[in-house]
Design a protein around this ligand. Sequence first.
Ligand code: PEP
Ligand code: MG
Length: 756
Amino acid sequence: MEHGQTVLVLRRLLARIRDVMAREGTSQARLSSVVSAIAKDLAAEVCSLYIRREGDVLELFATEGLRPTAVRHTRLRIGEGLIGEIAAKARPLSFSDAHSHPKFAYRPETGEDGFSSLMGVPILRDGRGMGVLAVQNISPRHYTDEEIEALQTVAMVLAELVAGGDLLNRDELALVEGIALRPMRLEGVQLTSGLGLGIARLHQRRFTARKIVAEDTDHEHDRLRNAVAGMHGALDDMLQSSDLAAKGEHRDVLEAYRMIAQDVGWLRRIGDAISAGLTAEAAVQKVNDDTQARMSQLADPYLRERVHDLENLADQLLEQLLGVEDASPELPDDKDTVLVARNLGPAQLLEYHRRRLRGVVLEEGSPAAHVSIVARALDIPVVGQVRGALDAIEVGDRIIVDADHAQVFVRPRDHVHELFIRSLKTQIDRKATYAVLRDLPAVTADGVHISLNMNAGLLMDVKHFRDSGADGVGLYRTEVPFMARSVLPDVQSQERLYGKILGYAEGKQVIFRTLDVGGDKIMPRWNASEEENPAMGWRATRVFFDRPAMLRHQLRALIKAATSCDLSLMFPMISSVNEFVYARALVDKELERHRYLGGVPPQSVNVGVMLEVPALVFQLRPLLEVVDFLSIGTNDLLQFLFASDRGNCHVSERYDPLSPVFLGMLRDMVQQCGAAGVPVALCGEMAASPLDALALIGIGFRNLSVSHPAVGPVKAAIRSVDLKPLEDYLLLLLDTRADSVRESLALYARDHRIVL
Ligand code: PEP
Ligand code: MG
């Protein structure tokens, strides 16, 4: 069918469905009329509707063309047969010769032997699969993209009718598993840190559009125009709110978001759907569903995030068109709440933040997503990638978001709830204690001074500098602001950013780590190909040795920002001494250029290495002759040493950093650095755990760098320990064959009343 023809057919079909709905009759009779109409208008011999039932089963609910006796009888599991495959993949599939497909599952009771081709689309609502709508033809035929789109539009209409109880008795739908009031523990991925308790508020598109087929297309175009203007106005208001004005990346993220809101292609597609006969809200919904289906095929996480932005904006458009969109309007604003959503945009998070938001649970999301960046700045615990959260959680349920352990407790029993309330209270009390420690040095009980610094990646983190009580910034991950923006920052804006960071640090040392991108750290306009082992791939300095321009621009910006003050920078993922020598030569070239152009150079320039590749451990002697300092990145060093992917939950916890092997290696390095007179620090995540930090100072480290919330707890532990006996004890422990000394060390800490 040609495009124009498809639009006409679709319009006629939607009108027909509207007529069926207006008629009296049983729901089964209506279903039968609907599938007959679809088969007729799409020139198919068969049209069948499968609805998802409890236990992930698809049941044939209505058919035109297959045997009527199969109705309410034929069942397929999700993933079984071609219909099950469409439901599992949540995307349309078409086959001109369905029988020859290896996934084809023959059901004799349906009498489908005679039909060669099949096209099916998922019935989706709020991103959840409700069933499958399929057509079949006797002769082998190719279904065009337009025909697939037409069937998708019809599926969307059916989804609303089914969910609204217009086509089926609601009792027949068993979409939600039998969760009743059972307590549950769900696991996900830690997107930010902290613990939050509250009652569930669902952020879910409540698509209450009873009207799907437009009566007056021009009027619908007008409604869309007004809604777009309203949405832009709301985003502008948010950008101008005084609350946000002060916050750097926060604001950048929202500005990028506004740019996406002006995406012409997206708005045009919505306009086209209106022209095809849908109401404005149905058109927004349809384009959103299409985007979601496409999204599932995107491998690039950066692009996936952009698609999420579009989805979030679709929500905002629906809000403009339909009014309130909060699925929990009955919840009063004075209650602590936990928001549950499939995904969320940064602007939406800010909106909810005003209403006593204590935590967020997302079915999707990633640590580098915009929403995570903003949540981190607002100090909201977020657990992401929690599968089935929206199915498992009901409005008003009691929820505990334990982001530190990437877990969510749903309807916890009273004793669990009380346990967490106590732990929350302890956290609050502890924070007060740490505040008292803020201006005290990190000195052990027997007088050894430890330099305790903080790690940062955003301006917002650095703003915590003074409150944290850190001595300096031991690691500033410069790639984070790059990833949070939709365009690459130029030299000038980098210079401004680095200047601000140095300003917040108030003259204390800041160690800027040059860009650690590539692999899975994706930046805008980054067209690197997908890699099988991104962590060990074309990453960080390796990229910039091949294409030095971006690194040189960064070095230029750093040098300019540090005019008249001290500049410390280090290179990540260095694997050989010569790589460092090359990198350092680039710094020298940029310094020369800066001077040549009349710039005032930094007072001092210290160039170091982030030691995170095991090969470098065996080149320490020559390395120590050329570096100004070392900082050990244990996150990567540990994963490469034990060959255990730090991002893989099956192995990431398997090898304890407190293993005698790892600690022994670290101790050797500290000793070699000491002998060579080269300062050495450790900035991996392990130092943020007070117990691990004790082990590290016990083997000789005198400089640690941890995320800002960990400065207080680590300082408290350091101030409560006598170092000499701890050193002796660790020496004994390192001489064992145990996989880990954690337990022994924890007992030692308890016996010696060390504050953990
Ligand atoms: C490390 O690898 O230990 C480190 C601090 O760097 P990142 O976590 O950014 O890789
Ligand atoms: Mg690293």
